[in-house]
Design a protein around this ligand. Structure first.
Ligand code: COA
Length: 145
């Protein structure tokens, strides 16, 4: 498969809700996705041969103390471990044109932590008390080296 990343359009919404199992039952997540699409802050990954069907998505905004931030990266269960998550984050880094970029994940999220380590992100702090017993780890990558 040849994966391509493109900006999300409104018609992607119904696919992204399927890609993201949390969104199926979580109104707030669906609203978050819809707002990101409408603001031009969402990018999707598709098979180049089937560009209308996203298999993953990522969002980029400046919601973290005014800094570039990746609040969400999700790849469908069926397409994990094919390099799509890596490709989405690399694309978001490029889109930011920033000198540094932040993201975060739960301490328990080994796949995301491994992905960030592979992409050269460094630890940038811990936020307790969001999810009980599962601290939120903040990561940062310098992009202008
Ligand atoms: C985290 C997530 C986006 C990774 O997407 P992915 O497309 O499967 O990741 P990639 O295939 O690009 O993996 C790149 C690297 O990340 C690491 N990685 C990914 N999944 C992993 C897993 N299950 N266990 C350990 N390491 C993993 C590996 O280092 C991997 O490189 P390798 O395959 O060469 O060993 C995906 O697991 C996901 O959607 N998880 C649920 C949503 C989520 O937790 N998002 C992050 C917080 S918003």
């Amino acid at each position: 498969m040849r994966w391509q990343i493109r900006q999300a359009v409104l018609s992607d919404f119904r696919w992204l809700v399927r890609v993201d199992s949390l969104a199926e039952n979580d109104d707030d997540r669906r609203t978050q996705i819809a707002i990101a699409i409408s603001k031009g802050q969402c990018w999707v990954a598709c098979d180049a041969g089937d560009p209308a069907v996203p298999v993953g998505y990522g969002c980029l905004d400046k919601s973290f103390f005014g800094e570039w931030f990746v609040p969400l990266v999700i790849v469908s269960n069926a397409h994990r471990r094919c390099g799509i998550g890596r490709k989405i984050i690399a694309h978001l880094e490029h889109c930011s044109s920033a000198t540094k970029i932040f993201t975060s994940t739960n301490m328990s999220n080994t796949p995301m932590r491994q992905l960030l380590a592979q992409l050269g992100y460094q630890s940038s702090g811990v936020v307790e008390n969001l999810d009980p017993g599962d601290p939120e780890l903040i990561f940062m990558k310098v992009l202008d080296e």
